[in-house]
Ligand binder design. Structure first.
Ligand code: SF4
Length: 211
């Protein structure tokens, strides 16, 4: 069997590892998907419309899922500080606890973590290269990590009244983005072909802390 085909078959098997029928710990597959996304999404993407786009559902279905998660106290709606007409869907401490203890993808994350930091970085980079090689028409890329986005621009570090200001700017939303926020998911993401500089810096720190 050609090596590439064998690798793709293993990739498909790995992706199937977190599928399940019915529900797990009281949530169905799409409800887990929504909670997981909202737990990792940035402030531009924790909205009902971004959630509907990410899970591939209508606004009505997404709204029903939000109600289910609210009824379990995993989610609260808050007015957006940037646009009072919009709401933000924020995962509660109880929702975060549920994700860390019971998310069906956790056992896959644990298996990948067991590879070690350097192997994890190689796996991540290989998967990203695969996505870059795929025709955009065949990708169903709904969200990705801000630090890989072509709209992210570095801002020279400065302080205002003794407080550190944001290190980055989003050129799409014309809004500041902190270093921590560059690790979050965004549904307006556009992939850059160049390897982000922040990532090299973070990777070096990760490998160093491993040793
Ligand atoms: S830089 Fe890209 S990923 Fe980050 S907030 Fe802006 S659009 Fe979203």
């Amino acid at each position: 069997m050609p090596l590439a085909r064998e690798a793709v078959e293993l990739l498909v098997q790995a992706a199937r590892a977190w599928y399940f029928e019915g529900n797990q710990h009281g949530l169905r597959d799409r409800e887990w998907m929504a909670l997981r996304f909202l737990g990792r999404a940035n402030r531009f993407s924790r909205t009902p419309s971004a959630l509907a786009g990410f899970i591939g559902a209508t606004r009505a279905t997404a709204s029903q899922i939000v109600k289910t998660l609210e009824s379990k106290s995993f989610l609260v709606r808050k007015p957006s500080p940037e646009d009072k007409r919009s709401v933000l869907l924020n995962v509660t401490a109880q929702g975060e606890k549920c994700l860390s203890q019971h998310d069906p993808v956790n056992h896959v994350v644990n298996a990948v973590t067991a590879l070690g930091t350097e192997e994890c970085i190689r796996l991540r980079d290989s998967l990203r290269d695969i996505l870059n090689h795929l025709d955009a028409a065949h990708q169903r890329l709904d969200a990705s990590i801000c630090r890989d986005c072509m709209f992210l621009a570095e801002r020279s570090p400065s302080t205002s009244k003794g407080r550190a200001t944001a290190e980055f700017m989003c050129r799409l939303y014309r809004a500041p983005v902190s270093l921590q926020e560059t690790e979050l998911l965004c549904t307006s993401f556009e992939r850059t072909r160049d390897r982000p500089k922040i990532e090299e810096h973070l990777d070096r720190a990760r490998v160093a802390s491993q040793g």
